[in-house]
Design a binder for this molecule. Structure first.
Ligand code: NIG
Ligand code: FE
Length: 407
């Protein structure tokens, strides 16, 4: 049964825009008085409401009332929302001026969340993940990448990945799992960094394949986590085994983006410390540069050089990094809107970064409203798309569709 959803005051299909480089709002193709024709969860056509209703007289009409702006659902290509507990204590120490080292010494940091996540059973993790995914969905995020990385042992990483799989069946949001067993060397592992990574390659990665849990591998490249030399060896092996790679790169010091380019990763994420050299490296590659403003806001650190990356010709995506430590807020639109004022990004660049450019970091084809695409969409209660960023994230969608069905 065909369904015609509309009329919308404006539709921004985000079609026909380049994957890389700067974008001006004048490049946006805006459909006034538009509608979307949907069948079996997929978009059949996007165009003028009157023309589409005349051409499809048998289509059921889902009428939209009042001024509404329609966008593709957002794609959050970097989150850590499978966790238990919180790190409010870390945050209070951080805003009071304590250093990373002081917080870690007081029992904070990633290891604190590992301890809390290990103490939770799979059902509890699943339930909390579904709640977070549904909150994101209500805010227009229809596709969400979710990392493990708070288990850091064979059993505990698998527990997290099983929870992500179970949660997928309990939310309408599309979840994409990534294994981040290389988040740090667990404190209870009695061996070197190399030995831990070898253990992951030999004992965990084959199970991910066998159980079809994920085809994606992430790593935190940083002297305080995994060094560049060991990261290269690990990622090359993972790649040989057929995994897609993504890298936590250049968050505090550089080196990660070079590793990402060298192994042909899909994306290099964070990039707060990237300088001219790294920007050129990323712009000249096919890697998606993912900026995570939520981590900058959470840590009180500068943003990644988003403007310079776009001007150099990079493909820039924007993700939330939602996690209990560095990015507890988890409001993707608010983070993107607030960053855009500092980094001087156009609305076209922000929306591209939240949709089809983020899709490219996940190697999926979506994030535009075009025939053949899943009808994952969100409508905002305003008459002009510019109001969405103007309200800096406080204006939320009042309708969200996944596969053409209202959520
Ligand atoms: O992306 N940088 C490393 N990992 C996470 C933080 C995880 C945590 O603090 O729990 C990040 O910011
Ligand atoms: Fe992260």
């Amino acid at each position: 049964m065909k369904k015609l959803i509309g009329p919308f005051t404006q539709i921004l299909p985000l079609t026909g825009l380049p994957l890389k480089g700067a974008l001006a709002d004048e490049q946006l193709h805006i459909i006034q008085n538009g509608a979307v024709l949907v069948e079996n969860g997929l978009i059949l056509a996007v165009g003028d409401f009157d023309e589409l209703s005349k051409a499809n007289p048998s289509a059921q009409i889902e009428e939209i009332q009042g001024g509404q702006v329609l966008l593709p659902g957002f794609i959050d290509c970097h989150t850590h929302i499978c966790f238990a507990g919180n790190r409010a204590k870390d945050y209070s120490m951080r805003i009071a001026g304590k250093t990373y080292l002081e917080i870690a010494k007081a029992g904070g940091g990633i290891w604190d969340t590992v301890t809390q996540t290990r103490a939770a059973d799979e059902a509890t993790l699943t339930k909390q993940l579904v709640q977070r995914a549904n909150r994101h969905l209500a805010e227009g995020v229809t596709t969400i990448e979710v990392k493990s990385g708070y288990g850091l042992s064979l059993e505990e990483e698998l527990k997290q990945l099983h929870a992500i799989k179970a949660a997928s069946a309990q939310t309408k949001a599309k979840l994409i799992a990534t294994c981040l067993a290389a988040h740090m060397v667990p404190k209870d592992f009695t061996g070197s960094q190399q030995e831990y990574l070898k253990h992951v390659v030999n004992d965990l990665l084959p199970v991910l394949k066998q159980e079809n849990l994920t085809s994606r591998i992430d790593i935190f490249v940083e002297e305080s986590a995994i060094n560049t030399e060991n990261a290269l060896v690990y990622l090359k092996k993972a790649k040989q085994m057929g995994f897609d790679i993504t890298v936590h790169a250049d968050q505090f010091t550089t080196g990660g983006s070079k590793v990402a380019v060298e192994v042909g990763a899909l994306s290099a994420d964070h990039l707060e410390a990237s300088g001219d050299h790294e920007i050129k490296l990323l712009a000249d590659s096919n890697i998606v540069a993912v900026t995570l403003p939520g981590a900058s806001l959470g840590l009180g650190m500068p943003y990644a050089p988003a403007r310079n990356l776009l001007d150099a010709g990079a493909c820039l995506a924007i993700a939330s990094d939602w996690n209990p430590g560095s990015a507890p807020m988890g409001d993707l639109l608010m983070q993107a809107a607030v960053m855009s004022a500092s980094e001087k990004l156009s609305a076209a660049e922000v929306f591209a970064g939240l949709t089809f450019r983020a899709a490219s970091a996940l190697k999926i084809e979506r994030g535009i409203l075009a025939p053949g695409m899943p009808a994952d969409m969100q409508a905002y209660p305003c008459a002009d798309y510019r109001e969405i960023l103007y309200y800096q994230g406080k204006l939320k969608p009042n309708r969200v569709w996944v596969g053409g069905e209202s959520t």
